[in-house]
Structure formats: C-alpha cells, structure tokens
Design a protein around this ligand. Sequence first.
Ligand code: SF4
Length: 101
Amino acid sequence: MEALLTLGLLGAALGFGLAVAAEKLKVEADERIKGVHERLPQLDCGACGYPGCEAFAEGVIEGEVKNLSACKPGNNKHYSAIIEYLKDHPNEDGSIIKVSK
Ligand code: SF4
C-alpha cells in the first residue's frame, strides 16, 4: 500500500513538474506564419521543397525563402497578397521581410 501511495505521489509530482516546464519553455509561434500560410494555395504538394505550405510560410517569415515562385502552384495573386501582407506586418524593428515574386 505504501509503495502505491509513493508511486502515485511521485507520478503526480513529476506530472506537475512537466506541466510547469512545458508552460515556462513554451515558444510562441510568429503569427505571421499563419498570415502567409492563409495566402498560399494550401495544396501541401511539396513542390517548393518544403514538406507543406505551413513549413514554406515559416521559411518566408524566417527569411529562408527569397523567391515566392518556389511555390509552383502559386500565381501572381498569391505572391502579391503575401508581399502586401509582409509590408503590413513588419518585424519588431520596423524592417520588412523582403521576398520577390
Ligand atoms: S509548392 Fe506551394 S502549394 Fe505546394 S507545398 Fe509549397 S507552398 Fe504549398
């Protein structure tokens, strides 16, 4: 009986510790990834070399993607919408993420 109680308390303490650590170490995603993602064709085809549109959008926000035409199913409407979105949502220092069509 004591062993079960000890294991239960230990499990509860470890669970609590993990919950606190998860909250403290949580990394907030840049919400602009969602904004770029919404403006992509959302086919998740992988033609851009990324595993899907969300990863491509992350690449845009992180500055890895320099040319939006890497998204083969995309067209001028998609690319222009993303460029406009990036102009309206600059970095914290006021700089704008530069990408070309
Ligand atoms: S090529 Fe375009 S549509 Fe296909 S996964 Fe990449 S971003 Fe999405």
